[in-house]
Design a protein around this ligand. Structure first.
Ligand SMILES: [Cu+2]
Length: 182
């Protein structure tokens, strides 16, 4: 019994695949992957090839003695601290990417930014790449009957009723034909 895959684990696996297959879901990016937020990682390399979207999160993981400061472009370039938009030193900082455009992060501990603890990411709008056709197919009559609970009589619901009824007719016909040969 112990060797069998538990249903919960199997379900998690299925959900993980489903999440990976469906575009547009928010992604959590662990900055630096297994290296985390530390001196000695090239964050330009880490960020290259990734497409960050509005709604994604940057997750900075680090030991004590570092900070995550969001800064302006100029302060990123010059490693200037003191003008930070936000700062955190909790050891696990999650930054929700709320706006499109360039976002800049540095460690505010003296010398760390100039030693490479700096990250810039380009964030694109969440809708990029998906056609804006969300309202296509909305029934045009929905706004004319607010609160109405009457059953819609469009073609699709008529078909959903007709198909089982047709099945019953076919089955009874077939069974009568079969019985006539017995
Ligand atoms: Cu640091």
């Amino acid at each position: 019994m112990g060797r069998r895959t538990s249903p919960v684990a199997a379900l998690c696996l299925v959900l993980a695949f489903a999440a990976a297959a469906v575009p547009g879901l928010a992604t959590d990016y662990t900055v630096g992957d297994s290296a985390g937020w530390a001196i000695g990682t090239d964050y330009d390399t880490w960020a290259s090839g990734k497409t960050f979207k509005v709604g994604d999160n940057l997750v900075f993981k680090y030991t004590g003695g570092h900070t995550v400061d969001e800064v302006k472009s100029a302060d990123y370039s010059s490693c200037t601290t003191g003008n930070s938009i936000s700062t955190d030193s909790s050891g696990s900082t999650t930054i929700p990417l709320k706006t499109a455009g360039d976002h800049y992060f540095i460690c505010a501990i003296t010398g760390h930014c100039s030693s490479g603890m700096k990250l810039s990411v380009k964030v694109v709008a969440a809708s990029a790449g998906t056609p804006p056709t969300a309202t296509a197919g909305t029934p045009p009559t929905s706004s004319t009957t607010p609160g109405s609970s009457t059953t819609p009589t469009d073609a699709s619901s008529a078909a959903s009723l007709a198909i089982p009824a047709l099945g019953v007719v076919v089955v009874s016909w077939v069974s009568r034909v079969v019985l006539s040969f017995v």
